[in-house]
Design a protein around this ligand. Structure first.
Ligand SMILES: Cc1ncc(COP(=O)(O)O)c(C=O)c1O
Length: 396
């Protein structure tokens, strides 16, 4: 199959060069059709219906959960639908009501704001200390550096699996083992990992994990919160409303078991169905192909960039083919106007990760990210636009 043909956006935007998958991926026809199918054939609510349409819609929603659980090697009741990584991590941080002064949370300067601000706010509120793993000279989290901040005071380890700026894989499995030795719980931001390689949550043994559908070919506004069953069982729900309740009287209420006790209100039914289709699409293509294809494009781009004077790349040799760079002396937002003129979509700014930009001693950067629909021609056009931007702004 010609992968680009599977993405209808290229029919409507023939010259599109999309290099911003790290922000959000394009959506294949199968995913769009699955969402549309739900609305055109069902469109009704789930769980509470006593008619066939609702039974069928419920089956689709719960089958989606089972399919996603299989994809990340989790049990089905450990998979909670949320609005995305941000909501998942905020929910997880609310689970930890037992932290108190003197306790420590390990995090890093690599974190996207959605895996940093919830912990920063908690630290402020509960007088808990944030400890930062020192990054190595490349910007990686290493086991050695992690060991230096780990102690009996550590209660939570909240780290990204793959940074959306640097693109290095964090050694989460080893970190988790060490964290568990001091009884700390491990929370992982998997937003940039799940689209790129096989994530096996049982093998990783992490306690909580979050990711978003829209970065892995699925719809916007839906994502996953994974938690180990015995931990989720212990936590009280804190969103209250329909769907999650068992019995309500005037002075009491009992709640459903996991995962439903965490899904108050009408869930994102179409989103769950769309995400499941995205999982099918990724399974069909296979991570072998995904990893090889992205790496080929990445190596091709790096080889070309090597010959262009006046470019600084901040994350050479990263694991997911992310190019974070600047054109020397040119503000990323100025450069972005040239990319846009050439119908090239890439990211300019701090990418919701200001701490790592401070670490890099810059305010902002340009970021190109490749995925399965990109081609060598996309890379060629990207390189031409870099040269055009550099030469154009140098004149001033
Ligand atoms: C590493 C990482 N974590 C979290 C997020 C937040 O994801 P969402 O906006 O889908 O909640 C992103 C999105 O850019 C990300 O790249």
């Amino acid at each position: 199959m010609k992968i680009k043909d599977e993405f209808p956006i290229y029919e409507f935007n023939k010259d599109l060069i999309y290099l911003d998958t790290a922000a959000s991926s394009l959506k294949p026809r199968k995913v769009i059709d699955a969402v549309s199918f739900y609305y055109s054939h069902y469109g009704v609510n789930i769980h509470r219906g006593v008619y066939n349409l609702s039974f069928e819609a419920t089956k689709m929603y719960e089958n989606a959960r089972a399919n996603i659980a299989l994809f990340i090697n989790a049990d089905v009741d450990e998979v909670i639908f949320t609005r995305g990584t941000t909501e998942s991590i905020n929910m997880i941080s609310n689970f930890f009501t037992c932290l108190e002064e003197g306790d420590e949370i390990i995090t890093s300067e690599l974190e996207h704001h959605s895996n940093f601000l919830p912990w920063l706010e908690m630290a402020k509120k509960r007088k808990v200390k944030l400890r930062f793993v020192e990054l190595d000279e490349q910007g990686r989290i290493t086991i050695e550096a992690f060991k230096k901040v780990l102690s009996k005071k550590t209660k939570i380890v909240a780290l990204t699996y793959v940074s959306n700026v640097m693109g290095f894989i964090t050694p989460i499995k080893e970190i988790t083992k060490l964290a568990h030795n001091v009884n700390a719980l491990v929370v992982v931001d998997g937003a940039q990992a799940v689209p790129h390689f096989k994530v096996d949550l049982k093998a990783l043994d992490v306690d909580f994990f979050a990711f978003s559908a829209h970065k892995m070919l699925g719809p916007n506004g839906v994502g996953i919160l994974y938690g180990k069953k015995h931990l989720l069982d212990k936590v009280e729900p804190f969103h209250f409303g329909g769907e999650m309740v068992e019995v309500v009287t005037k002075d009491n209420a009992t709640y459903k078991d996991i995962p439903h006790k965490f899904e108050a209100g009408t869930p994102i039914i179409s989103g769950a169905i769309g995400l499941s289709k995205a999982v099918d699409f990724i399974n069909e293509i296979g991570f072998d192909y995904i990893e090889t294809h992205i790496d080929k494009l990445y190596q091709y781009a790096l080889a070309k960039l090597k010959n262009i004077e006046g470019i600084t790349i901040y994350n050479k040799g990263n694991d997911v083919g992310l190019i974070t760079f600047n054109i020397d002396g040119i503000h990323p937002h100025d450069a972005a106007t040239i990319f846009d003129k050439n119908n090239i979509c890439l990211r300019a700014g701090h990418h919701c990760a200001q701490n790592i930009h401070k670490w890099l001693k810059i305010n902002s950067s340009l970021r190109a990210s490749f995925y399965i629909y990109n081609t060598k021609e996309d890379v060629d056009k990207f390189i031409e636009a870099i040269i055009e931007a550099r030469d154009f702004f140098r004149k001033f």
